[in-house]
Design a protein around this ligand. Structure first.
Ligand code: SF4
Ligand code: SF4
Length: 386
C-alpha cells in the first residue's frame, strides 16, 4: 500500500524515449507490471514487458451499450479512457479456492492453501479506478471482517496512476468527485503530454517507495512550463465529461422512491445479464461453491464473483427475495448510490461509466438516477410535450 512520502511533492519529467527506464526500475524491485494493452479490439489489463505493449496510438469511443477502438492521430500511450477490465481482477480474483480436504482413514483432513503471492505493479490506474480501490479497501480491510486474499494482494501492490487527459462518452468522475486527476494514494502518478512535436510524461511522487523507483528513471526535474502543460491537459478532460450525475441528497432520492414508476420502465429493458456488476470496479458480491471428485475422496470450496442480478443471489429458505428484474435493478442502483453510503461511508459508484458502456441494452445509471429524481415521470407517449 502507498505510504505518505517523507518530504515535499516532487515532479520529474521523463521523455517518451526514456519511459522504458521506468519499467526497468519497477521490475528491479521484483514487481510484475500489469496494465493496459490491446487484445481482440479491446483495451484490457494484462502483463506488460515494455512501453510498446501499451495501446500506442489507440483511443476508445464509449456510448450506451457501445465500445469501439479507433486510431488516434498521434502515438499517445494513454490516449484512451477505460476498458472492460478492472484492477479488482488482481486484488479480488474472479475465482479462488478457499480450501480443500482429502478423505483419510481418520476422516477428512483439511489441506492448507499455499497461495502464490503475486507482487503486481498496476500501471495506468485512472483516478476513478484509484478511488474504486479505496472503496474496496473499505469493504475488505476496514470492516469487521478482513478478507485475507485481498489483504495479502493489496499489501504487495505498487500503484502507478495515470491522470486522464481526455474523457469518454460515459465518464462522470467529476460528478462523483473521483477524477480526472489522481489526488493521492498512489506511488507514482504520470501525466502524458504531447505538444509541439515533443512527447513526455510528468511523474509525481506519492510515496517513499515511488520516490526510490523514480530516482532510477532517466529524466530531470519538471519546469514550471512542463507542469503547467500537464495541468492544462488534465483540465481538458475535466471539461469533457460525457455524463453528469446530480449527487445532491442522493440517498433521500432513492429512499423516498421505492415505488417510483421508473422501476417498471427499466424492468422492460433490463436483461438481468449482470454485465454491469461484472465490469464495475467496486462490486464485490461472491458466492461459494463446493465440489467433490467422483469418488468423494477429495472436496474443494471455491469462491467466485456473483451478482445481485441473479435470482440465486438472494435465495434463502423458501425462495429468492428479489424475484423480479425490477427489484434487482432497484437493489443494485440503490446500493450503489444510497445504501452504500450508510454501509461504508462512501458512494459505491466512482463514475467510471463502465456499466453504461457494457450494458447490452444501453441502460445508463445517470439517466436512471435522473428519472428517479424527477418526481413526475416524463410522459413519452405520442403528442406529449417534450
Ligand atoms: S456503478 Fe457503473 S459508473 Fe459507477 S463505478 Fe460501477 S461501473 Fe463505474
Ligand atoms: S442494467 Fe444492463 S448490464 Fe445490468 S443487468 Fe440489466 S441489462 Fe445487464
Amino acid at each position: 500500500m502507498c505510504e505518505r512520502p517523507g518530504n515535499l511533492r516532487q515532479i520529474k519529467v521523463v521523455e517518451r524515449a526514456s519511459l522504458g527506464t521506468l519499467f526497468e526500475a519497477i521490475e528491479e524491485e521484483g514487481y510484475t507490471i500489469v496494465g493496459p494493452t490491446v487484445r481482440e479490439q479491446t483495451i484490457v489489463y494484462d502483463v506488460l514487458d515494455s512501453p510498446d505493449d501499451l495501446p500506442v496510438g489507440w483511443t476508445d469511443e464509449h456510448a450506451e451499450g457501445t465500445y469501439r477502438l479507433a486510431r488516434r492521430d498521434d502515438d499517445a500511450l494513454f490516449g484512451y479512457v477505460v476498458g472492460p477490465h478492472t484492477w479488482k481482477k488482481y486484488l479480488f480474483p474472479p475465482r479462488i479456492r478457499l480450501w480443500s480436504a482429502s478423505r483419510t482413514s481418520q476422516g477428512f483432513e483439511v489441506n492448507e492453501e499455499h497461495r502464490d503471492l503475486p507482487k503486481y505493479a498496476f500501471l495506468g490506474v485512472r483516478a476513478c479506478e484509484l478511488n474504486a480501490i479505496l472503496v474496496q479497501d473499505n469493504v475488505f480491510l476496514k470492516g469487521p471482517y478482513i478478507d485475507p486474499v485481498y489483504k495479502s494482494r493489496r499489501r504487495n501492490t505498487l500503484i502507478v496512476a495515470v491522470n486522464c487527459t481526455q474523457a469518454g462518452g460515459a465518464c462522470f468522475c467529476v460528478s462523483m468527485d473521483t477524477g480526472p486527476k489522481a489526488s493521492g494514494n498512489f506511488d507514482l502518478a504520470l501525466t502524458e503530454v504531447i505538444e509541439d512535436g515533443r512527447h513526455y510524461f510528468t511523474i509525481e511522487v506519492g510515496s517513499d517507495r515511488g520516490r526510490e523507483i523514480l530516482g532510477r528513471v532517466t529524466g530531470k526535474d519538471a519546469t514550471k512550463a512542463e507542469t503547467a502543460s500537464a495541468e492544462t491537459a488534465v483540465s481538458r478532460a475535466e471539461s469533457q465529461m460525457g455524463r453528469v450525475l446530480d449527487t445532491k441528497d442522493i440517498k433521500e432520492v432513492f429512499y423516498n422512491n421505492y415505488n417510483h414508476p421508473r422501476w417498471d420502465e427499466v424492468e422492460k429493458r433490463c436483461l438481468a445479464c449482470a454485465n454491469c456488476t461484472m465490469v464495475c470496479p467496486t462490486c464485490f458480491c461472491t458466492t461459494v461453491e463446493d465440489t467433490t471428485d467422483l469418488s468423494g475422496g477429495q472436496v474443494e470450496r471455491w469462491r467466485r464473483w456473483d451478482s445481485c442480478f441473479t435470482t440465486d443471489f438472494s435465495f434463502i429458505v423458501g425462495g429468492s427475495i428479489r424475484q423480479s428484474t425490477r427489484s434487482r435493478y432497484r437493489q443494485w442502483i440503490t446500493h450503489k448510490l444510497a445504501t452504500w453510503i450508510d454501509q461504508f461511508g462512501t458512494s459505491g459508484c466512482v463514475g467510471c461509466g463502465r456499466c453504461i458502456t457494457w450494458c447490452p441494452v444501453g441502460i445508463d445509471i445517470t439517466e436512471e438516477a435522473r428519472a428517479i429524481r424527477e418526481k413526475e415521470p416524463v410522459d413519452t407517449s405520442a403528442g406529449a410535450e417534450p
